[in-house]
Design a protein around this ligand. Structure first.
Ligand code: SAM
Length: 306
């Protein structure tokens, strides 16, 4: 997998945050809390963590004592973690401590205490080596569409064996709607979707099928599953960040489409030109969804009974 730049991760984060405002079933949070012994910390593993956007989204919602293990293979994004945490902590009135050679620690109101351990590892082919033992929650954001069905199945098996809840956020789901539309949108999107299924190191990528696949595999009488729509809505007229995001989407979708069909590169370039010319009045909705799974009370009761 080629790297994701820290600039791209920073550009998308506000759109991810807005997309993730949809409510999550309170039973999910209750089930997590029920797993932690008095005074203990929730153990969370974030796969493909980038610069920690998923922690910034979820940690305040979980509250209390937490230990996050942030896993990524890219040393650059892990090194950028403290710089990405600092403005977020300041804006929320949280205290971030980064002592030399020590993992970051975040403290906040109502007993929020988050210890963060960065962990550099390649997720490909090393599932058994991943530090998932004892994890109460295995989470990832914007990762699932990169992985293959067999890889995801193996991860899920591991999570169910550990009885770890899962929250896999911001999986693209193939819906892309421009307003105004263009006669070439459907063709370009088809090329883009085909490109998304290329192998990113995990085998043929699930792309837009990731949430549906995960939801189907999570189906089990003892498990509860929630899917939540978490679309990006990008309206250029709202400001410079939105316009920059739209330019990035026009560049990215076009580059993938041309790579998928080099003989159509000219038509793709013209499509990009038309989109850029419309930028001030352009809107884009990109379909995403989150999938959450956790074992329900019946399984917890059976475990307690022995
Ligand atoms: C789209 S980014 C998402 C980053 C972050 N979760 C977020 O929401 O901003 C995907 C992340 O997965 C990581 N990644 C991709 N392939 C990986 C692999 N084989 N092993 C470990 N990390 C990987 C990338 O380095 C990148 O940080």
């Amino acid at each position: 997998m080629t790297g994701f730049s820290t600039d791209w991760l920073a550009l998308r984060e506000p759109f991810d945050q807005a997309a993730r405002a949809a409510p999550i079933d309170p039973a999910f949070f209750a089930a997590l809390k029920a797993r932690v012994l008095d005074g203990g910390a929730l153990a969370i593993v974030d796969l493909g963590c980038g610069t920690g956007a998923n922690l910034r989204e979820i940690a305040p919602r979980l509250g209390g004592r937490q230990h996050w293990r942030l896993v990524d293979h890219d040393a650059r994004v892990l090194a950028a973690l403290p710089d990405a945490l600092a403005p977020w902590a300041a804006a929320r009135g949280l205290q971030l401590r980064v002592d030399a050679g020590q993992p970051p620690v975040i403290d906040g109101p109502d007993g929020l205490h988050v210890e963060v351990t960065p962990h550099q590892a390649d997720l490909v082919g090393a599932l058994s080596a991943l530090p998932l033992a004892g994890a109460h929650l295995v989470t990832a954001s914007a990762l699932l569409d990169l992985v293959s069905a067999p890889w995801l199945d193996a991860l899920l098996q591991r999570c169910q064996a550990e009885d770890s809840a899962v929250w896999w956020a911001l999986n693209v789901d193939d819906r892309i709607d421009w307003s105004p539309g263009d006669a070439e949108d459907a063709r370009i999107h088809a090329l883009f979707r085909a490109h998304q299924q290329h192998d990113k190191g995990f085998g043929p990528a699930l792309g837009g099928a990731a949430t549906a696949h995960a939801t189907q595999r999570l189906a089990h009488p003892d498990w509860r599953v929630q899917t939540v729509q978490t679309d990006w809505q990008i309206d250029a007229h709202r400001g410079a960040a939105e316009a920059a995001m739209l330019y990035a989407m026009i560049d990215g979708i076009g580059a993938a489409a041309s790579e998928q069909a080099p003989d159509e590169a000219e038509a793709v370039a013209q499509w990009q030109q038309r989109k850029r010319a419309q930028i001030g009045g352009l809107q884009l909705r990109v379909g995403h969804s989150d999938v959450l799974g956790w074992s329900g009370p019946s399984r917890l009761r059976r475990r307690a009974a022995g």
